[in-house]
Every structure is written in C-alpha cells, then in structure tokens.
Design a protein around this ligand. Structure first.
Ligand code: UTP
Length: 299
C-alpha cells in the first residue's frame, strides 16, 4: 500500500455498446446521448470526471457514435450565431461542455467484443498511469443530488490517493437483483472499503457471495491492460472486465468502495424514467414547476 498516490488525470468512457435494452431509441443514435432533462448522459459522466480532477477524457466509440464527438467539439456556427444575437447565457451553456483545460481523445472499438475489450482499446492512449472508467449509462449523483457536493468519482479518487490500488464502486443491491451485477465479497477494510477477495459476474441469487454489486465507476491501475490482453472471451463471447479484475486481484490488492450517492441505470427504460423525474425535481429552474405539475396528476 503506497502512501499518497498520484491523482487520477485520465478517464475512459466506453461508449461502443449496442444499447439493445433501449431499442428502438438506440438504433441509429448512441444511448449515451439520451438526454436527462437537458443534458445527455455522457455529459453528466464527463462533468463527474472533471469535478474529480480528470482533464483527459478518452472515449471508446463505435459505429453510429459520431454525435458524441460532435457534442464535445466546438459548435462554430451555433456559437457565432449566439454571439451575434448577444445570447450570452446560451453561449456559456454551449461552451461549458468543453472547458478550455479539458482534452478529449477518441479511439474506435471495431466490434462490440465486450467492456473489457473496450477498455483495452484505450491502452495506447492511457499508457502506464492509473485511470478511471465511467459507464455513462449509469448516471451517478452524489449525496446531495445532481450537480452538488462530492460526486462518486471524486470520492473514489480521494480513496485512490490514500490507497494507490484499484477501486470498484459498489452498492448494496436487493437479493433478487444480484444476477444483474458483478458481485464482490471480502473483508471490510475501513470506512466504505472492502478488500475484494471474490468477484462474480451476474451470479444466480443462490450463488451470490454477497449483495454488494459493482456500479459503473472504476479506478484501475495500468496492470489491468496486461490482464485484459490475456483474457479469453467469457460470458456471451465477450471479453469481460470483471474476469480481468478477478485475475488482477491475485497479483495486487483491489478494493470495493461503497459510494455515497445514488445510481440510475439509464441503460434500462425504467432507470432512465426514474432519473428523468428525480433530476427534473432537483433542477434549479424547472424543479418547482415540475413538482407542482406532478402533484396535480391523478396517479
Ligand atoms: P452494457 O452491458 O450496458 O451493454 O455495457 P450495451 O451493449 O451498451 O447495452 P445493452 O445491454 O445491449 O442494452 C456496459 C458499458 O460498456 C460499453 C457500453 O457502451 C456501456 O457503457 N461497452 C459494452 C462497450 O463500449 N463495448 C462493448 O463491446 C460492450
């Protein structure tokens, strides 16, 4: 265990999945561009990483994902029109999407060979430094809701600086839902931390070693790339990140971090609707009116 480790400066956003749970919306557009209130999912994740100190965002993209690149690029025509029309608030909203000190890189995953394979596609850009992985379809809010207080990755980046080890975000999940998650087990190692001794991808309820499910935030040491390179395809013929983490654990410590906050599975229609309602209620401008609207519905 090292004392103070280097801060996490680079994050990988695997956005090359097919998004089959959200068809037909995801037929021709990326699920990460689905919008909660007024921002696409990918922007929430990028803002969370930026707030945690990350300044280099690496997107692992695939077919029909061009909208993501456009979203984080300069919208020259739009910006000049807004400037000419003196619409400074809208201009600021557009420009805030890509702060001047943030770099974006893009790498293609030629085929959807799994999350582990997508992360491996980022290896030439990440190199030999620790990095974060954020799955944008898991929208995470911190303890004080969207846009306020410490985000989940920021909490994990703080824990990483103390531990210098890979970290997986975890939450307690209902026993009848364990088969939707990677499930971890191991001894407690201080507040919010567990040393991972077992990790099982989507176990049947009777085989689950605990009820602690992995959510879409990771801090990983670059040694994971070596494990991914040797990783044969697992469940569904995909190269699973979970399997590579299970091998990494035999070589160096991996911790689970029980984050403070809330996760919305926006890759599913139910989770997307829940996030829409809750974030709309929290929205500084829309919240009060939306609450009044919901109250008068006959439910
Ligand atoms: P999911 O398991 O949610 O898969 O991937 P999916 O294909 O996106 O969606 P469904 O299940 O078909 O509806 C988890 C994350 O890993 C990325 C996805 O974009 C998502 O952020 N991923 C998955 C890749 O980048 N490449 C892959 O080959 C698979």
């Amino acid at each position: 265990m090292s004392s103070i480790s280097h801060p996490i400066r680079i994050a990988v956003f695997p956005v090359a999945g097919l998004g089959t749970r959200f068809l037909p919306a995801t037929k021709a557009s990326p699920k990460e561009m689905l919008t909660i209130v007024d921002k696409p999912l990918i922007q929430y994740a990028v803002e969370e990483a930026y707030a945690a100190g990350v300044r280099h965002m690496v997107f692992v993209t695939g077919r029909s994902k061009r909208a993501i690149e456009d979203h984080f690029d300069t919208a020259y025509e739009l910006e000049s029109e807004l400037e000419a029309a003196d619409k400074s608030e809208m201009l600021a909203t557009v420009r805030a999407v890509q702060p001047a000190d943030m770099d974006c890189s893009y790498v293609r995953q030629p085929r959807s060979l799994g999350l582990g394979h997508a992360v491996l596609c980022a290896a030439p850009i990440v190199g030999e430094q620790p990095f974060a992985v954020l799955l944008a379809d898991d929208l995470m809010t911190g303890p004080q809701g969207a846009g306020n207080g410490q985000g989940v990755l920021q909490q994990m980046a703080g824990a990483y600086q103390e531990l210098g080890c890979s970290l997986l975000a975890v939450q307690e999940v209902p026993p009848d839902q364990v088969q939707r998650y990677g499930i971890v087990a191991g001894p407690g190692a201080g507040q919010r931390l567990m040393r991972v001794e077992r990790i099982v991808e989507k176990p049947a309820p009777q085989d689950a070693p605990s009820h602690m499910g992995v959510a879409g935030r990771y801090v990983l040491t670059p040694r994971i790339f070596g494990e991914l390179r040797q990783q044969p395809p697992g469940a569904g013929g995909e190269i699973q990140l979970t399997d590579a983490i299970a091998r990494l654990m035999t070589k160096e410590a991996v911790y689970a971090y029980q984050y403070e906050g809330k996760r919305y599975d926006c890759g599913s229609k139910e989770g997307f609707l829940q996030a829409t309602v809750e974030l709309a209620l929290q929205h500084p401008k829309l919240g009060a009116g939306f609450r009044a609207y919901l109250r008068q519905l006959e439910l």
